[in-house]
Design a protein around this ligand. Sequence first.
Ligand SMILES: [Zn+2]
Ligand SMILES: [Zn+2]
Length: 328
Amino acid sequence: MKAMLLDAARQPLRSAEIAVPRPGPGQVLIRVAACGVCRTDLHIIDGELTEPKLPLVLGHEIIGVIEANGAGAERFAPGERVGVPWLGETDGVCRYCRSGRENLCDHARFTGYHIDGGYAEFTVADEAFCFKIPASFSDVEAAPLMCAGLIGYRALLIAGDALRLGIFGFGAAAHIITQVAVSEGRRVFAFTRPGDSAGQEFARQMGAVWAGDSTAQAPEELDAAILFAPVGELVPVALRAVAKGGAVVCAGIHMSDIPSFPYELLWEERQIRSVANLTRKDGEEFLALAPAVPVKTHVQPYPLARANEALADFRQGKLQGAAVLVPG
Ligand SMILES: [Zn+2]
Ligand SMILES: [Zn+2]
């Protein structure tokens, strides 16, 4: 099969012909129909996440069709459409798994990082971590739900019932979660890279009541802010924008260093929280909610062979919504 391989950090992906993987016990073999590009993929390529298997097939926003079942796998029938997210395996027995926090599992293994992912024509996955995909989404439309949607949803839950919600960094996750937040009656304030007027216009189209530069003062106090941009400098900026008791939720897996700031910004019960990974419960809840909103994902499809171009466009902020790779 064709796959785009990461041989080592800070190198472009290499187009390669490799063996179709075999599904082990409890696993399914999936013919990949679409795989989203996530910022985490850039963190892996850049060596900021330091423990990838190598060579690695990236990609953890996978939509595809069951091609074959491994021994004992019977949750899905061949031909059924499934999605594969970032959380690929857990031990099921550690204190986090036993307390509804499998996202923090001591022995979690992640798709497109420890386990080969979806930048390929086929992939294998543990059937217990796959999701059924709502029929109202096409393959490319569904791909960004698998991480941008799921992690965004978890970040929104952690932001609590904030009515005035700031979102810093308006990419794939933000455009999905803005639609969810607006459908819940919240008001969204979008902060983009300074001067990104196209991104700000996109945010308003998605339902934001205000969009502006991340250096601008919010037009009113916020109840919470979610940071999708991996920029530590934004943490004190967001703290300054939230009201007493408000939360600043950092949704990325990696962030540049947070500069020191006066305690006054945190005082009055403001909080800083991170969001790590997802639970299967998050996924089931979000995939039931997304068609009801209904979420409309904005996607830019690229042929699988042009994965490097998709990653470069993403890195340069050229995309509105999500890049999705499609095997040829
Ligand atoms: Zn565990
Ligand atoms: Zn991701």
